[in-house]
Design a binder for this molecule. Sequence first.
Ligand code: UDX
Length: 432
Amino acid sequence: MRIAVIGTGYVGLVTGTCFAETGNYVTCVDIDTQKVNKLSAGEITIFEPGLEKLFERNLKDGRLTFTTDIEAGVHDAEIIFLALPTPPGEDGSADLSYVLGVADHLGRIMKEYKVIVDKSTVPVGTAAKVHAAIAKNYKGEFDVVSNPEFLREGVAVDDFMKPDRVVVGTNSERAQKLMSDLFAPYVRQGNPVIFMDEKSAELTKYAANSFLAMKISFMNEIAQLCERLGADVDMVRKGIGTDERIGKRFLFPGIGYGGSCFPKDVKALAKSAEEAEYEFKILKAVMEVNETQKLHLLPKIKRYFQGSLKGKHIALWGLAFKPNTDDVREAPAFDMIRALLDEGATVSAFDPEAIANTQRQFGDSITYANQYQTLENADALVIATEWNEFRTPDFEKISAALKNKVIFDGRNLFDAVTMREMGYHYESVGRP
Ligand code: UDX
């Protein structure tokens, strides 16, 4: 098939590359000339494990091309994906100006039937707005489909190539047939392509992310309770996760969820509910718990240092909002840094991928070093992201470099008993 993807951000680039991988011809369109030049020259613009190889192969074989010319990019495409930003406004509602701007443009240049697919996470009713924006100028036949993405950063290629499910919102049989042919290679193992109306598809994305965020906030509250009652959240997690109705995944307590999706989507769904004159009470609690949780370690650190962090030097491991990404959007580590600086501490930070992005935000207000160098002269180590390389560190090196054998672990990486046996003061989340 011939496909166009408009927007070469994270979702657009993964989508375009993965569609090319199964033999489709994909043209990716973006207004950013510099980005398009880079991509055309074979330089990938995002960090995503496994993507680069696919990107290079499909670019070389001519199945993946990039352009700034939207008209040339879409003219022979049967399906046009919109992977455009929908940044949250101050009140949390999604800003649709990019999506509707492109829809308006498409209406002016379309000459034959096409399927326009909303890939961006958009509020319920957006497909209808996109339809109206195109229909203003284009009087021929076309369909607008909602096809939310469920890609996790770090494993996005796998999520795309072998999705648990594909959700397609459209009542048009013609569009259903095209979408079903397009996704057939990705659901060979028998996972479903679920067809539904546009509104339900749009809501499905918000419901999925909000539910997962709710699981995390719920466990973070259980962890709070464990600390007060002397129970161990790891045991409770195993005890409940084995019930298939609950499931083992997304039950890990920590210092809160971050990233480009959960915080934005939970807020946007709460806002949508408000606009529909419904107060979504659980979502408000999910957000509140997460905000508190991001600073969960701070009182513990302060207590250890008798109430004051003035002049203390803290080593911080992990800046990205989760492992295997350089993404620092809404990263709990950033809340931690701000709080530590406010308390008069100094911070030396390390992350395998996210240092450059952190420097952009914090500049010289903190220092950056390699994993073990951060520990030199540090009064304590704080862990904010569960990178694999932090799971089995060289404890001899740690204890030799740290001033005190003190670790505050926001991601529960180590066994508390072993840590105590090694002579550490070790505090984590929800465990004795
Ligand atoms: C998420 C959804 O998983 C994906 O389906 C959607 O399309 C986009 O949003 P992503 O933001 O990449 O993906 O990250 P994810 O792996 O889901 O983690 C989100 C946050 O939750 C991270 O900050 C992570 O550390 C935190 N988390 C996750 C927990 O605190 N505990 C858990 O048990 C799981």
